[in-house]
Design a protein around this ligand. Structure first.
Ligand code: C2O
Ligand code: CU
Ligand code: CU
Length: 468
């Protein structure tokens, strides 16, 4: 199996030669902030209207330093937009950053004009665009990020991400932990210069060794001795995480990218490649008040990575609390899988020589916004076989417009577990192959699919489909 394969290109194993040494950053010295809620400026019977300004701000990401970051409305990472299935959201974005951007709502089922396509740019110096999100899809953990072709990798690295929680009645009536016990957590890595500024280089995986949770390096988070729901987002450019409690206790996985699983899945680690989400319940009632418990990153590391990248955050059980929440044995009925009528194959391949690969391809081609790579008849159900043709480099695969199902991984049917629900991004370790099924309906138009390691997409590992 591929379980022992490294999840990141191992060749550039040099330690950081410049910048803040991760070992010098105090671990679990500052509290992990909760992400602020974005509030609508107007509400009609059918629609919530938001105005958001993308601008630079300063944040204390590493203790003792003020870092220039890209933000939505001044927040690093961005705020949470709380949406409801069936209720429209309209967001007017104003770009006060120094680069053109395209705001993509990852995982959303939207008209292509509001998808945030790679060439559908909002100009700098106050350019605006209004995006409409119909929310004609079931609950899901969505997120905003820049998608401007070639610059998205750096713009996102500098902070342009935000959370979008889409809820519906199916989800709310289950009685899962809610309110202050329902906590989105954005996890990523970063590299800092000596003066505490973000240092971006393309494909710089080996040197991004500072782990951030909700915008702070290695924070702690105080919890009560009861159940919490965490919505983990991997917002890193290149790094995959396998999140595990340091004592090996079970984590209950209840959902993935496109919402709840059919049934909860008990696991000791939750693996997330860039762009993926895990919706979990952790029960702290088994710990006495006073317990400190690490959430660790147990993914196999390439040589040269410091021990610090295996640390993420620390839970501190500081009080008891009542808990009426439940995790029902049945969470939802997944949509049926109609028979597929079209099969296609996709191969992801890039030059594995860092730091600047010469090519990054899907089916032998770099991204070209003037070319339609795949033409799909509206309403068709298709099976896509996607292969990571690299021997060392990891990739993943994200399709816009749809939530898909993973039918097989390396020839083995996926019938239960972490990949059995609705997905929009799927991990592909070196040499792996997955079979995906999706139905392309709802909207016609041009959408992209790509590797969601932002640096790879930025280098051209992206292509276009047109639903006609
Ligand atoms: Cu999260 Cu095409 O992107
Ligand atoms: Cu997307
Ligand atoms: Cu890739």
């Amino acid at each position: 199996g591929a379980g022992g394969l490294l999840l990141s290109a191992p060749r550039s194993s040099a330690a950081v030669t410049t910048g803040i040494d991760p070992a010098s950053i105090a671990k679990y010295a500052r509290r992990m902030p909760r992400l602020p809620a974005l509030l609508p400026h107007a509400v009609s019977p059918t629609t919530d209207y938001y105005r958001v300004t993308m601008k630079e701000a300063q944040a204390e990401v590493v203790p003792g330093f003020l870092t220039e970051v890209n933000t939505f409305d001044g927040h690093f990472p961005g705020p949470v937009l709380h949406a409801r299935s069936g209720r429209r959201v309209v967001v007017t974005q104003t770009n006060r950053l120094g680069v053109p951007v395209s705001v993509h709502l990852h995982g959303a089922h939207v008209p292509s004009s509001s998808d945030g396509a790679p060439m559908d740019l909002i100009a700098t110096d106050g350019g605006t665009k209004t995006y409409t999100y119909p929310n004609q899809q079931s609950h899901a953990n969505l997120w905003f990020h820049d998608h401007a072709h070639h610059t998205e990798s750096e713009t996102v690295f500098r902070g342009l991400t935000a959370t979008y929680l889409l809820r519906d009645d199916v989800e709310t009536r289950l009685g899962l932990p809610s309110g202050r016990y329902d906590v989105p957590v954005s996890i990523r890595d970063a590299r800092f210069d000596e003066d505490g500024q973000l240092h971006y280089e393309m494909n710089d995986f080996a040197n991004r060794q500072v782990i951030l949770a909700n915008g702070r390096a290695w924070p702690y988070f105080e919890v009560a001795a009861r159940k919490y729901r965490f919505r983990f987002y991997n917002t890193a450019n290149l790094r995959s995480f396998a999140l595990a409690l340091a004592d090996g206790s079970p984590i209950t996985l209840i959902g993935t990218d496109g919402g709840l699983l059919a049934a909860p899945f008990q696991t000791t680690s939750v693996t997330l490649s860039p762009g993926e989400r895990a919706d979990v319940v952790i029960d702290f009632s088994r710990y006495p008040v006073g317990t400190e418990l690490e959430l660790r990153n147990v993914i196999p590391q390439p040589p040269g990575q410091p021990v610090d990248v295996a640390q993420v955050l620390q839970f501190r059980v500081t009080r008891t609390a009542s808990d009426t929440s439940v995790v029902p044995a049945a969470l939802r009925t997944l949509p049926p899988l109609p028979p597929a009528t079209v099969e296609r194959s996709f191969s992801l391949l890039m030059d594995e020589t860092p730091p600047q690969p010469a090519y990054a391809y899907i089916n032998g081609k770099e991204f070209d916004d003037q070319r339609i790579d795949t033409t799909i008849t509206y309403g068709t159900t298709e099976v896509w076989t996607v292969t990571n043709a690299n021997l060392r480099a990891p990739h993943n695969f994200h399709i816009h417009l749809v939530q898909f199902r993973v039918l097989e991984r390396n020839g083995v049917a996926v019938t239960s577990g972490a990949e059995s629900g609705l997905k929009d991004t799927v991990m592909l370790r070196a040499g792996e192959t997955v079979k995906l099924q999706a139905t392309f309906g709802g909207y016609r138009g041009v959408y992209v699919y790509h590797c969601h390691l932002f640096d790879h997409a930025s280098m051209g590992m992206m292509a276009q489909m047109q639903v006609v």
